[in-house]
Design a protein around this ligand. Sequence first.
Ligand SMILES: NC(=O)c1ccc[n+]([C@@H]2O[C@H](COP(=O)([O-])OP(=O)(O)OC[C@H]3O[C@@H](n4cnc5c(N)ncnc54)[C@H](O)[C@@H]3O)[C@@H](O)[C@H]2O)c1
Length: 328
Amino acid sequence: MKRILVIGGGSIGERHLRCFLNTGRTEVALCDINENLRTDVARRYNVLQTYASLSDALEATFDAAVICTPAHLHIPMAIDIAGRNIAILIEKPLSVSLDRIDELKAEIESRRLPTSVAYVLRHHPALRALKQSVSSGAFGRPVQVVFTGGQHFPFYRPAYRQTYYTRHATGGGAIQDALTHVVNAAEWIVGPVTRLVADADHCVLDGVDVEDTVHLITRHGKVMGSFSLNQHQPPNETTLTVICERGTVRYEAHSASWLSCTEPNSAWKVEEQFHIERDDMFLNQANAFLEQLDGKADPACSLAEAKQTLRVNLAALKSVETRGWIEL
Ligand SMILES: NC(=O)c1ccc[n+]([C@@H]2O[C@H](COP(=O)([O-])OP(=O)(O)OC[C@H]3O[C@@H](n4cnc5c(N)ncnc54)[C@H](O)[C@@H]3O)[C@@H](O)[C@H]2O)c1
């Protein structure tokens, strides 16, 4: 049994805690500054121990820590954890600035600590299958990537006004919170963003002034990209389409499937459809991280890949402000 410390037991921290327990391969402890939350989570799960601060928790021994606090805390916490020789899974986005990331990189490299960043779409079986088929070259060279998606954020996260979401400085707004998932997925499939221009605004969500609607145009070398996302539409739909030289493939989150179309004016062919619950991706992610701890797998999303996506987040925010293209 591996000993895992979950830091931050809020919305996503509780999910990680449950999914790591459900692997059947771990014991899990929880650290959160909120006493009511600690008590409530410990009452509902078989938790090893709870801690009110990271420094208290780091007095004990753990194989790995999962950082589930707001994004501005990720890097300083990861540096403290690495200093104790503990492997790390860090929630997305990696951070809200590039500060101290090279210090963390040096620390984990010198100690050879397994580290990964929790861009959970990489654990969706339909997206993984699509990525594999694009990488195999079956459809030819990728030419264009097109994302459209949205969901009614207040429906899924009624307390959004009381969370990190309200401010860019804590990882809030649609660019750092939601768009970053699909940008990271697109970079995984067609390569890193090399330049971009973005438009974004606060259009609908009550009680916040961060952007809830975004348009992003990207270049990934020769591949051209566009991303359109909002956090207020009623349908919960996510479609990521990769247009290749000899065919088009599409990932649909809402139908948990991937599709292809290779002949002009023909219907989509459903390549594979999955029946998955939201926890399943997190369970897959927990198992993948445990494989990495055992030396049997590479990180699902490396620190370098997450840093690249962070640079995209920061460039998109800057582009909205300056109304211009940014080279990465
Ligand atoms: N992968 C996903 O699908 C997904 C979904 C939601 C959030 N997230 C990410 O996870 C992170 C947390 O988001 P959330 O929605 O769970 O937020 P949340 O506000 O629900 O939970 C954060 C928790 O961290 C605790 N915390 C704050 N400072 C702390 C400290 N110094 N020490 C210990 N605990 C501390 C808070 O008390 C709170 O319980 C963010 O980076 C967010 O972007 C990822």
